[in-house]
Design a binder for this molecule. Structure first.
Ligand code: MN
Length: 287
């Protein structure tokens, strides 16, 4: 199942080039009183809403996919976790380029040493909302990554069981200002976390360990790799993350970017794709 949020927070079921409007299903979510529980209420209940989505889709109004304004498929994660350097060739690229590592040893270590960083939730947008460059004087790069969306509460999960905790997958762009500051600052600018084009539920993608991923900028291929080259695979990332954080439904884990990162500027058009997930076009705008 491919679910998206589109236009004015409509819920959509994506089938081929069509979006079926199944927003009525959101009426089944419980009403909440403040303080609201953390995590994404829709993602938490998605397994029990699947039948209702399928039923609503039968009589749903439809739009062409090319006509809709795609938002992030996850509205309310409690956190976005990023794997900083999780492809060996990207580690080599960072370690050998002063413009990427800025003499900061923490930027030259593999994930075993550096662990995760967190991105502000306020940086999340969908593919139709554009990346808006905040500091045009600073080098700002694209990073394409497989994004994992957690489906249920996870604490100290073992890798062997970790995929049971996945709701689904989407493409993640971890837009990053290069420089000496903490990653959580440089990567948390508004619009610098792009998630889309939709959530592919885990039942459609049982094995995330052999997926081609790539991104082009203005038609020129920048990054092209396969998730088989991840230093820590998705199960190991979930084990690692859940040994530090309680993972909640809707939490997003950006699994790391491969080699080939490069600067983006206003006017650029990024086209990212991940095998069996989909592809999306994202425009870069001036602030
Ligand atoms: Mn990244």
């Amino acid at each position: 199942m491919r679910v998206c949020l589109f236009d004015e927070n409509r819920l959509g079921l994506v089938e081929n080039e069509t979006v079926r409007d199944v927003t009525s299903v959101l009426d089944k979510l419980p009403s909440r009183r403040y303080p609201f529980p953390q995590g994404d209420a829709f993602i938490a209940l998605l397994p029990s809403l699947r039948d209702a989505i399928a039923t609503a889709a039968r009589s749903a109004s439809t739009k062409r996919l090319s006509e809709v304004h795609l938002l992030s498929p996850v509205a309310n994660p409690s956190k976005v976790m990023g794997a900083p350097v999780n492809y060996q060739k990207h580690l080599t690229e960072v370690a050998t380029d002063p413009n990427l590592h800025h003499q900061n040893k923490a930027h030259m270590q593999a994930i075993h040493q550096s662990g995760f960083f967190l991105k502000a939730n306020s940086s999340i947008v969908g593919p139709s909302q554009n990346v808006v460059i905040r500091h045009p004087d600073r080098r700002t790069d694209e990073e394409v990554e497989l994004a994992v969306v957690i489906g249920k509460r996870a604490q100290a999960v073992l890798a062997a069981e970790a995929l049971d905790y996945v709701a689904g997958y989407c493409i993640g762009l971890d837009i990053s200002i290069r420089g000496p500051e903490e990653r959580s600052l440089r990567k948390s600018v508004d619009t610098y976390t792009v998630l889309g084009p939709w959530l592919v539920t885990a039942d459609e993608l049982a094995d995330p360990s052999h997926l081609d991923l790539q991104i082009s900028v203005n038609g020129e291929l920048r990054q092209k790799a396969n998730t088989r080259y991840l230093i820590l695979g998705i199960p190991e990332l979930i084990e690692f993350a859940s040994s530090f954080y309680t993972l909640l439904p809707g939490d997003v884990l950006l699994s790391g970017t491969p080699e080939g990162v490069g600067p983006i500027k206003p006017g650029d058009v990024m086209r990212a794709s991940i095998e069996r997930v989909g592809e999306m076009t994202v425009h870069v705008r001036a602030g």
